[in-house]
Write a protein that binds this ligand. Sequence first.
Ligand code: GDP
Ligand code: MG
Length: 171
Amino acid sequence: MAQAKVAAKIAFVGFPRVGKSTLLKMVQGYKPPLDYKPTIGLDIGSTRLCENVNGVIWDIGGQKNFQPLWDSFLKGANLIVTVTDSTPKNVLQTKQMLNILARKQNTRIIAIANKQDMDGHMSAERVENILQVPTYPMVAIEEKNKDNFHLFIIEELIKATEPEEGDNDGN
Ligand SMILES: Nc1nc2c(ncn2[C@@H]2O[C@H](COP(=O)(O)OP(=O)(O)O)[C@@H](O)[C@H]2O)c(=O)[nH]1
Ligand SMILES: [Mg+2]
């Protein structure tokens, strides 16, 4: 009997230029584009995460005028992935964004510390200390990071379906 295919909705959020669109292309197996084209509105791409799970990744434009759309765009997401470019300034901005998101969303949130190849970048550990969500290092312009992305996203999707530790109040 053929096993059912599951589609997981993964939402990328983050400020402009942090590398969301590059990451989306790279994890789909395309050569990551090196030029910068702002995402107008929304870009959606699908990638096979494992045999029976397709990841449907939503990449919304990070510009301020798109931020009011975030709530509707995050509806039904299985995992929210905040992307930062690992500069101290952007990490702090991302922290504020994450606080707003966490107040409104029940969905599991993780972070990607992108641009780990850039001078002066903060390590994923330091970013994690600030953001207080599981944080994975990334260089989105390197195609070899695709498999690693798939692995940690699968692990995180599994965790997202499990009840959180401490949620069990004995009832
Ligand atoms: N050095 C470096 N540049 C990156 C990396 N990821 C993305 N970029 C570049 O950063 C710029 C903005 O990327 P983009 O994906 O369009 O950002 P978005 O606005 O978040 O979608 C582009 O010129 C990318 O080539 C990375 O890991 N390292
Ligand atoms: Mg973009």
